[in-house]
Each structure stands twice: as C-alpha cells, then as structure tokens.
Design a protein. Structure first.
Length: 153
C-alpha cells in the first residue's frame, strides 16, 4: 500500500489552514453579533460595486496598458505597470477613509493622531511602487542585452 498523502502538502499546512478558518469564523461571529443586517448589506453592496463599477474600470485600464505595450512590441512589459497599479489601488482602497478625511473625528479620538499625511504617504508609496517596477524592468532589459550574443553579419 502507498503512503497516505494529504492533498494540502503536509499536516502542518492542514493545521495552519484549520487555525485560519477557526480565526475567520470567530471574527465573523463577533462581527455579525452586533448589527448583522448592516454588515451583510455592506458585503452585498461591496460585491455589487466591485462587479458593476470597479471590475469594468480596471479591466479596461488593463486592456489599454496591454494594447499600448502590445502595439510597441513589448507586451510582456505590461506586468511592470499592472502590479504597481494594482497594489496602489489596493492601498487607496484601504486608506481611502483616512485620505478623504471622512473619519477624521473618530480617528483622532481613537488614536490621538491627526489625519494629516495619508494622501502624501499614499502618493509616496505609489511613486515608490512604480519607481521600483521601472527599476526592475531596466535591470531586466540590461541583463537581456548582456546575455544576447552579438549579431553575426
């Protein structure tokens, strides 16, 4: 008989997955205990806004980037725009209440800190993401030109 093998890889991986599911279940129970209707409404609203607004927006932007790089003959370079744009968008989504100032009173009461600087930090992080991506592309292109054998005439 063959050795029993878990489809997840190892018993440690299975234990880690079970613990994360238990933690997510506990968080869900705690979250839904106070005002389950508003939480459920928020999740449904988030799914609808994502599917009807955000998905078409970022799919169109991705097509435009791929078409621009494809027209120049460098379609593989599109990933160097996709990744920092996706990470920057995710950071904007997470920090939007702080960037917009909608939660200024709650934030200052809870933390004792002012909201100043979140927009600047997001812009700096976005610049760093795109700058790092451009640097990686430049290094990749430099390595590719070094590794290419000279043309024989």
């Amino acid at each position: 008989m063959g050795k029993f093998r878990l489809p997840l890889g190892s018993p440690f991986h299975l234990l880690l997955l079970a613990c994360s599911l238990a933690l997510a279940g506990y968080a869900g129970v705690r979250l839904l205990a106070d005002d389950w209707f508003r939480v459920a409404l928020w999740f449904v609203g988030a799914a609808v806004v994502h599917d009807l607004v955000l998905l078409p927006l970022y799919a169109s932007a991705d097509r435009a980037v791929a078409a621009a790089f494809g027209a120049a003959g460098h379609r593989a370079w599109a990933v160097y725009v996709r990744v920092p744009a996706a990470l920057s968008g995710l950071l904007l989504l997470v920090w939007f209440p702080l960037i917009s100032g909608k939660v200024a009173d709650h934030y200052e009461v809870a933390t004792g800190l002012s909201l100043g600087g979140f927009l600047a930090r997001w812009l700096l992080m976005t610049a760093l993401l795109f700058g790092g991506s451009a640097l990686l592309l430049a290094l990749r292109l430099r390595r590719a030109t070094k590794d290419r054998p000279p043309a024989v005439h």
